[in-house]
Write a protein that binds this ligand. Structure first.
Ligand code: UDP
Ligand code: MG
Length: 327
């Protein structure tokens, strides 16, 4: 019998994780001839998420968890989950039920009967995300697609089921600065897209704010494109031409019109503008350098503090789900 590993990164998800387990358990056990395992990754939660995971793993022998020593981020959590998984197929799901468990059956069918290596959910609509976040996300995906020439479209997230071959290819990419959406696209494989309507998280709050989204977007571009490194060259060539033009104009004014009073304000403005451009270029170089610096240190992507086979403390916790928002 084939086995599906369900990988769930969790950060402060005490309000929703047991409801997630119930709904997903229902969906996965309704698929015939399929064994399953849940791998929850507690990404350094500061609430009772870990207590709930301990209880779930006691109640269901197919339910496993690992808990990080601190918050390493969702990217590290997904990597850890894939590394720990032993299923023939793996699916990555958010704990907040924004990735509908009912799609698991169709994803499984795409992999087992339609010959795909991967079946990925593509979210349509951005209800509940806010107009500004929606606009910025759409713009970011357009920019990153153009810069990297890889398929990273808006709505294509981490919710996807993959076969073991694809999982092993992802696990070979051991980079510290992880941008998993780019990694999915980099490794390739035949992917079927399944559209689903965006839903609000069932309970709890999103872990992202505009600042963290900006830095995530920037990291994505730096991880998969070296195009920004070409900017200083392009800008330098443009400025060289401009300087020839301005120099020529100044000379012509002096020779033909005898005007030698330069517009001081204009010139100083240009100097400040050029200095700011130089600073920006140095910043881009610094960002690449810092990424390379971290990669060279070869630090672990995550550190485990506790695992279901080795619980740090026994705890009894009431895991009755709290249903706050509509699913
Ligand atoms: N998450 C995580 N580590 C983090 C932030 C988020 O493991 O540092 C998990 C979170 O618990 C959830 C998933 O990643 O299961 C998606 O997070 P969230 O719902 O906050 O993101 P959004 O849907 O708002 O993009
Ligand atoms: Mg969410």
């Amino acid at each position: 019998m084939k086995k599906l590993s369900i990988i769930v990164p969790c950060y402060n998800e005490e309000d929703v994780v047991s409801l997630f387990y119930q709904e997903t358990h229902k969906a996965v056990t309704s698929i015939p001839d399929l064994d399953y395992e849940f791998i929850f990754i507690d990404d350094g939660s500061k609430d009772h998420t870990l207590d709930i995971l301990r209880v779930l793993s006691c109640q269901d022998k197919n339910c496993h968890y690992l808990s990080f020593s601190r918050n390493f981020g969702k990217e590290a959590a997904m990597y850890a989950g894939l590394e720990q998984s032993c299923g023939d197929y793996c699916v990555i799901m958010d704990a907040d039920l924004q990735h509908p468990p009912v799609l698991l059956a169709s994803m499984y069918q795409a992999l087992t009967q339609e010959g795909y290596d991967c079946c990925a959910g593509k979210r349509i609509g951005r209800e509940g995300d806010g107009a500004l976040r929606g606009f910025l996300s759409r713009s970011f995906y357009k920019i990153i697609q153009n810069m990297t020439h890889m398929d990273m479209s808006d709505g294509a997230g981490d919710f996807r089921m993959m076969n073991r071959k694809m999982v092993e290819a992802i696990l070979q990419m051991k980079e510290y600065n992880r941008y998993t959406k780019g990694i999915f696209s980099f490794v390739g494989f035949e992917t079927k897209w399944l559209e689903f309507h965006n839903v609000q998280r069932a309970a709890g709050t999103s872990k992202w704010n505009l600042g963290s989204l900006f830095s995530y977007a920037f990291d994505g571009i730096l991880s998969f494109s070296t195009a920004p490194l070409k900017l200083p060259g392009i800008l330098g060539a443009f400025l060289l031409l401009l300087s020839f033009l301005l120099g020529g104009l100044g000379l012509a004014q002096q020779i033909f019109f005898h005007h030698n009073m330069g517009t001081l304000y204009f010139v100083s403005d240009i100097v400040i503008f050029l200095s700011s451009l130089q600073m920006m270029m140095i910043f881009i170089l610094g960002e690449y350098l810092s990424k390379d610096y971290l990669e060279n240190k070869n630090r672990p992507i995550y550190i485990v503090r506790e695992q279901d086979s080795k619980p740090a403390a026994a705890n009894v916790y009431d895991i009755t789900p709290i249903r706050r928002n509509a699913i």
